[in-house]
Design a protein around this ligand. Structure first.
Ligand SMILES: Nc1ncnc2c1ncn2[C@@H]1O[C@H](COP(=O)(O)OP(=O)(O)OP(=O)(O)O)[C@@H](O)[C@H]1O
Ligand SMILES: [Mg+2]
Length: 231
């Protein structure tokens, strides 16, 4: 079974008064297997963030279907959606979005506490060690570099072993060397943790190491390159 399957997913946004509606995603159909590392590329405004929001059940298609690990996102109530997001999905953003009043380890621990995991602190420390940030556990986000913050954010996103990791331009705000280190961690999240990684990106390095590259244009798939076809 595909970890993420989207069937003819379309997202329309009503513009401001007098504006035409925008079709941000237009009939997107694809399936992604466990451990698949997917890069989503295309010009600004082509629908990358829209696609990730639908894939993470942060938003819903105007028509069509999104299935996450066998669950239809549009068919879940609020409690079901919260459970799905807390157990199956991890998010990583361009500007890290760590909680500024929590230390590194507390940021990683928070999703574990919210989902009632036992040994939350221990698991959080394990994840910090995995991103080689154990020595920074007590630091506050403002005491970290951008690359260090992104490593904490990756540890947080992986804290609950999500099946699906969604990353919206995760290296867009980092220099090349730091970005490559973050990319390597995301690649290892798929190969070592078996997470299906869907990453919106502008970087050529990202597309070079992806199993699948999806080119979006005006909300639709223009081209797909895959090393192993499951579509
Ligand atoms: N909430 C919204 N209301 C109306 N239109 C929206 C909304 N969100 C996105 N759009 C429009 O949908 C289209 C796709 O936007 P999206 O953010 O998915 O693009 P993107 O590929 O992520 O762009 P970027 O590379 O700049 O981040 C754009 O035309 C955008 O203006
Ligand atoms: Mg975007």
């Amino acid at each position: 079974m595909a970890v993420l399957q989207m069937v003819d997913a379309t997202k329309r946004y009503q513009g401001a008064a007098g504006e035409r509606e925008t079709v941000a995603l237009n009939g997107f159909t694809c399936a992604f297997r466990e451990g698949e590392f997917v890069a989503v590329v295309g010009r600004s405004g082509c629908g990358k963030t829209t696609l990730l929001n639908l894939a993470g059940a942060m938003d819903f298609p105007s028509s069509g279907e999104v299935w996450i690990d066998g669950q239809l996102t549009g068919g879940l109530d609020d409690a079901g959606l919260t459970r799905l997001r807390r157990t199956k999905i991890g998010f990583i953003f361009q500007f890290f979005q760590l909680l500024p009043t929590l230390s590194s380890v507390e940021n990683v621990e928070l999703p574990l506490l919210l989902s009632g995991a036992p040994n939350a602190r221990e698991q959080a420390m394990e994840r910090l060690a995995w991103v080689e940030m154990a020595g920074f556990a007590g630091r506050m986000p403002h005491q970290l570099s951008g690359g260090q913050m992104q490593r904490i954010a990756i540890a947080r996103a992986l804290a609950h072993n999500p099946k699906l990791l969604l990353a919206d331009e995760p290296i867009g705000n980092l220099d090349t060397a730091t970005g490559n280190m973050v990319l390597d961690l995301l690649r290892r999240a798929s190969s070592e943790h078996g997470a299906t990684v869907l990453m919106a990106t502008h970087s050529a390095e990202s597309t070079a190491i992806a199993d699948t590259v999806i080119h979006l244009r005006d909300g639709a798939i223009e081209e797909v390159h895959r090393t192993a076809c499951t579509c």
